[in-house]
Each structure stands twice: as C-alpha cells, then as structure tokens.
Ligand binder design. Structure first.
Ligand SMILES: *[C@@H]1O[C@H](CO)[C@@H](O)[C@H](O)[C@H]1NC(C)=O
Ligand SMILES: *[C@@H]1O[C@H](CO)[C@@H](O)[C@H](O)[C@H]1NC(C)=O
Ligand SMILES: *[C@@H]1O[C@H](CO)[C@@H](O)[C@H](O)[C@H]1NC(C)=O
Ligand SMILES: *[C@@H]1O[C@H](CO)[C@@H](O)[C@H](O)[C@H]1NC(C)=O
Ligand SMILES: *[C@@H]1O[C@H](CO)[C@@H](O)[C@H](O)[C@H]1NC(C)=O
Length: 282
C-alpha cells in the first residue's frame, strides 16, 4: 500500500518536474509597462535583461499593436536560449537625428541560440531620411541608421519578420556562425536610397531562405569573410540583384568562400548575380 502510494507520488513528481523544465519562461513587455502607440524602449530593455538572465529558455513577447522604439542594443551572453517574439508593429523615429547617428536602430549581439520571430514588422520610416540624403555630394552628411544589426550570434534564427523602409541598409550581419533567415519580407520603394536588403560580412554558415526582398538596391550583398552562405528560394527585386563584394578596397580582406544560390527568382533587377571589385588598389 505504502509502496504503491509513494511510486504514484514519485511518478507525479517526475511528470511535474519535466513539465516545468520544458516550459519557456515568458516575459511580456506589457508587464514591463509597454503601451500601444507609446515608446517601449525601456520596457523592452528591462524584459530582455530578465529573460537573458533566466536559467531556463525564455521568450520576450511584444504583443499585437503599434509601438515606438528608439535605438536599442540587446546583448548576451544569456544563460539559456532566448526568443524574442514580435507580433506587433514597431516604428523607428522618423527624424534620423533622434537616432543619434547610430549604425543600427535595433541591435542584437553576442548571443548563442537566439531566435527573433512572431510575424511582426520593424518599420524604419525612412522616407524623411531618403529625402534629405545628400551623401552623394556632402561628405559630412547625416549618418543614417540601418534597421537591424545582428553581430556575433551563434546558432540563431531570424524568422517571419518584416523589415520595412529602413533609412539605410535593412540588415547587417557581422561575425555570426550558423545564422538562418527564414520567411523574411524586406521591402522599401524602388526609389528609396541605399536600402540594401541583407549585407553579410565575416560570418560562416548563413542561410537565407523562403524570403522576399525588394528595395531598389542589392537584395543580398556579401562582404569580405563571408563563408558557406546559402541563398535558397528567395524572390529578389526590384533592385540590383545579389552581389558578391565589393572586394579589393581595403587591405587584409578575407576571401568570400562557398556561396550557393539555388531556386531564386530575380525580377526587375539590373543584374542577377554579380561580382563587385575595386581595381588596382593592391
Ligand atoms: C502579452 O500581454 C498582453 C496584454 O496583457 C496580452 O494581450 C497578450 O496576449 C500577451 N501575450 C502573450 C504571448 O502572453
Ligand atoms: C560563438 O562562437 C564562437 C566560436 O566558436 C565563440 O568564440 C563565441 O564565444 C561564441 N559566442 C557566444 C555568445 O556564445
Ligand atoms: C545551427 O543552429 C540551429 C538553431 O539553433 C540548431 O538547431 C542547429 O543544430 C545548429 N547547427 C549546427 C551545425 O550547430
Ligand atoms: C522553388 O521556388 C518556388 C517559388 O518560390 C517554390 O514554389 C518551390 O517550392 C521551390 N522549389 C524547391 C525545390 O524548393
Ligand atoms: C566572380 O569571381 C570569381 C573569382 O574570381 C569567379 O570564379 C566567378 O566566376 C565570378 N562570378 C561572376 C558571376 O562573374
């Protein structure tokens, strides 16, 4: 009798223990004071801090709704895998000066097992910035921020995210190992200035798949040190196509190795796949 009872209790205990450990720890920005149509920079920063410190896998949630966000730099290393799920629409300030000339509006860096997901949109609201972009003629022009910077991420996934109307390039990838982009939608009007889709540099094993990229500029460009890059089922255009380079402008550049481009559609693009090099600098 006693033995039977204790076995049952023990089984129940095991069941509960495995249930708890498999559960993801949720960090909803609403609980950190985020409100629709308001700035959520502080709420998101604080939710990230708690989630990143969690010893079990964690998820930061930005629920449906429209929110404002200033520049944000979310860094690891985190104690366990971490997922940021954005269901809502997040707007950058229209005035580029409000981003203080930072390279990237939304930065994620130094994280292992990071996922950004949710079907949400990051809108750079770049129209004002493109209108005042005089970088073609003015060397001291305002520095314009890209929508995303992903730096030094390992084993990470960016999925189901829309990046819209960035002020500059949409996505910059630097120093990442095993990073996959799936089901991305990256768009800006064909007339927007310098709004390249995804630029990769010094990274290994980057996959871009099942995605749509149309910005009027390069859909994807590979800088020095891009290795084992796979571009699969991507619809590209309007724009300049997929570019390797530019290479040869600076000393000590690393080679680009192992590029695979498969089953992509390029429509309204100046080029398909091209090499871009600077002559006579070596
Ligand atoms: C986050 O909180 C909001 C407001 O309470 C709620 O509507 C939403 O369902 C929550 N999302 C998740 C995934 O918990
Ligand atoms: C990512 O991997 C590199 C190479 O293995 C390692 O040096 C680095 O510490 C890792 N970064 C994180 C955040 O785990
Ligand atoms: C790459 O990262 C994904 C996502 O975290 C992971 O499932 C996969 O095992 C990693 N691949 C390698 C070769 O480490
Ligand atoms: C190739 O791309 C087309 C159009 O995007 C898609 O419908 C098809 O499933 C892809 N084929 C493979 C083998 O992935
Ligand atoms: C790009 O340059 C590499 C290395 O010189 C060469 O093998 C390749 O054929 C070139 N590709 C195109 C599309 O010109």
């Amino acid at each position: 009798m006693d033995t039977k009872l204790s076995i049952t209790t023990f089984t129940l205990f095991l069941f509960l223990a495995s249930y708890v450990s498999a559960q993801t720890n949720g960090f909803n920005v609403t609980k950190y004071g985020a409100l629709p149509n308001r700035d959520i920079t502080k709420a998101l920063t604080n939710a990230w801090k708690d989630a990143c410190g969690s010893r079990t896998p964690s998820k930061v949630v930005v629920p449906k709704g429209t929110y404002m966000l200033k520049q944000i730099d979310l860094k690891g290393p985190c104690k366990a895998p971490i997922n940021v799920q954005v269901d809502g629409k997040i707007l950058a300030p229209k005035n580029p000066k409000l981003l203080n000339g930072v390279d990237q509006w939304v930065k994620f860096g130094y994280i292992n097992f990071f996922t950004l997901s949710g079907g949400g949109t990051f809108d750079g609201q770049g129209e004002t910035a493109w209108k005042h972009n005089d970088c073609g003629t003015n060397k001291n022009c305002d520095r314009l921020s890209m929508n995303f910077g992903f730096a030094f991420l390992n084993n990470s996934i960016i999925q189901d995210i829309t990046s819209k109307d960035s002020k500059n390039f949409h996505v910059n990838v630097l120093g990442c190992n095993n990073l996959t982009f799936v089901n991305m939608n990256i768009n800006a009007p064909a007339t927007s200035l310098n709004t390249d889709g995804i630029h990769i540099g010094r990274s290994t094993q980057v996959v871009i798949t099942n995605s749509i990229i149309g910005t009027g500029d390069d859909c994807i460009s590979l800088g020095d040190g891009s290795k084992q890059i796979t571009i699969l089922n991507v619809r590209c255009g309007p724009g300049h196509g997929i570019s390797v380079g530019s290479l040869g402008k600076y000393p000590n550049e690393e080679p680009i190795e192992g590029l695979t481009v498969k089953n992509c559609t390029l429509k309204n693009t100046d080029n398909g796949l091209r090499n871009k090099t600077w002559l006579g600098q070596c």
